[in-house]
Write a new protein. Structure first.
Length: 506
């Protein structure tokens, strides 16, 4: 089935999320829609799937104009979507999830689960998915759960499949398996729209590439295009994609974590006996699929987790169960993984956000009075140093782009007298130009002799920044290995396999 989008425009108030976008996907073609977060890719696909109604433009399937009042209409027309966050019910079996919303019945009005099982087996056998229809979804690895999503779409005779950032929660091996599945679907005549911001994957699997920036199509490219060419299209300028760094000049042990255990608010063990050390002038990257205890680990390091056992020492000072205020005052900089939730106050100005957590005394406050002149000078210097694109330091931070918001967070944290930097997902939701800048500042911090802990689910980021890599799986440390450890080894570790080599601290 041929898919064609003509002049699709979608507005949210004054924001134009999609601006007269044209896109054609032929049967048996993998068409990559490439662009940074916020470029309008997912909005466009939500219009296609009937979740949003376009303000202008048309959707055509095999040259016939379609009108979708909701996802049900889109599915009936042959469109399926594999969402970034799976739409599965964990306590249901695979077969029950596949039939959900499209239940067939037998005599007496009973659900025909046997028919759903048959469909699962048939599709699984056809594509080599190896999925048990009677398995509980909650018991399946993330990569297999994604196959269940694909089976759901195919069981409804989808001829056009949309994959929305499908590799965000996959290990490298699971990503490779997904690429193979996409090729099989292509050979079967399925038209595939592959939404992503990862250049490596686009070049590996796409037949054609359309690049979207700020809601507009800014160009098309062949998969033979270089990463630099694609990045330039995405950002609008040349981008340096390589992190340049010298060998680390290691100092003494600074951060020492011994037997760290964290219990979450509902009593679950989320960090289990984690121990590691970080030296001055070293970047330790914590890798793993999202949800394996990394978030809770970073929160424990900065005092945000109330139920903590074990020890956290910084230059010999005991910080276990210390307050957030004491930890920050001890010289710990913290870049949270969700800047909007934990890093910034959207209704505050840039200047006000730059003094958060430091408004209790000098240099910003003296004798109970806010030093407005000092704050203005400090904020202007930080805006210039960190290249924050803004008309004024009085601009509300919520009005900045994601990349500029992240720069404000970094500017605040790196302007402290640091003894440790903890950065969780430091480049999440920012464009490749801002990624280039953020990586450079992290390496500069390391080269100044500050120990750095970076938590990232992006393996390219981990391998670019790390001097050593600690991989977590289900709350435990699988191993600590050198920064140049091959991706395939790291991928196996992310799935819970222990490494063959020892990567102890130097």
């Amino acid at each position: 089935m041929k898919l064609e989008l003509r002049g699709i425009t979608k507005k949210f108030g004054s924001l134009v999320a999609n601006d007269h976008i044209d896109l054609t996907v032929e049967p048996g073609e993998i068409h990559a829609l490439l662009g940074e977060n916020g470029a309008g890719k997912s909005t466009l696909m939500n219009v296609l799937y009937g979740l949003y109604q376009a303000d202008e433009g048309e959707i055509l399937l095999d040259d016939e104009v379609q009108h979708f009042a909701g996802p049900g209409d889109a599915m009936k027309a042959g469109i399926g979507m594999v969402h970034q966050h799976f739409m599965l019910i964990p306590v249901f079996t695979v077969a029950e999830n596949v039939m959900l919303g499209h239940e067939s019945t037998k005599a007496g009005g009973l659900l025909d689960v046997a028919d759903a099982r048959r469909k699962v087996r048939e599709i699984s056998d056809r594509f080599g998915f190896d999925v048990d229809p009677d398995a509980l979804v909650d018991d399946l690895p993330v990569g297999v759960q994604q196959r269940v999503e694909i089976i759901k779409a195919l069981s409804r005779d989808a001829k056009v499949l949309v994959f929305d950032e499908p590799t965000a929660v996959l290990t490298p091996q699971e990503t490779d398996e997904l690429m193979q599945i996409m090729r099989q679907l292509k050979q079967n005549g399925t038209a595939i729209v592959f939404i992503t911001h990862k250049l490596r994957e686009v070049r590996e699997v796409a037949d054609r590439i359309t690049v979207v920036r700020l809601g507009k199509v800014v160009g098309e490219a062949a998969p033979t295009a270089s990463n630099a060419e694609l990045a330039s299209l995405m950002v609008g300028r040349a981008v340096e994609l390589t992190v340049h760094k010298e060998a680390p000049r290691l100092g003494e042990k600074a951060l020492v974590v011994e037997g760290l255990t964290v219990i979450d608010p509902i009593g679950q063990l989320v960090v289990n006996e984690v121990s590691f050390e970080v030296r001055r002038g070293e970047v330790l990257c914590v890798a793993g699929v999202q949800g394996n205890g990394q978030t809770e680990l970073t929160e424990a390091l900065v005092g945000l987790q109330p139920r903590v056992e074990g020890r956290i020492l910084l230059d010999g000072d005991e910080l276990t169960r210390a307050s957030v205020r004491r930890i920050l005052n001890a010289g710990v900089g913290f870049v949270p993984e969700d800047r909007n939730e934990d890093g910034l106050v959207g209704e505050f100005t840039i200047a006000e956000n730059l003094m958060l957590d430091r408004a209790d005394g000098p240099p910003f406050v003296k004798a109970g009075n806010l030093q407005l002149g000092y704050l203005a000078e400090f904020a202007q210097d930080r805006v210039e140093e960190f290249d924050v694109r803004t008309p004024s330091i009085e601009t509300k931070v919520g009005r900045l782009s994601g990349g500029n918001q992240q720069k404000v967070v970094l500017a605040r944290e790196l302007s402290r007298d640091l003894r440790l930097l903890v950065a969780a997902q430091p480049t999440r939701g920012v464009d490749v130009g801002s990624i280039e800048f953020i990586h450079k500042r992290i390496i500069e911090t390391r080269d100044a002799g500050v120990p750095v802990v970076v938590v990232s689910t992006e393996l390219d980021e981990v391998t670019a920044l790390a001097d050593r890599i600690m991989v977590m799986y289900r709350g435990r440390v699988v191993g600590i290995v050198p920064g140049d450890t091959p991706r395939d080894v790291l991928g196996l570790m992310m799935a819970g396999e222990s490494p063959n080599t020892e990567g102890a601290a130097a």
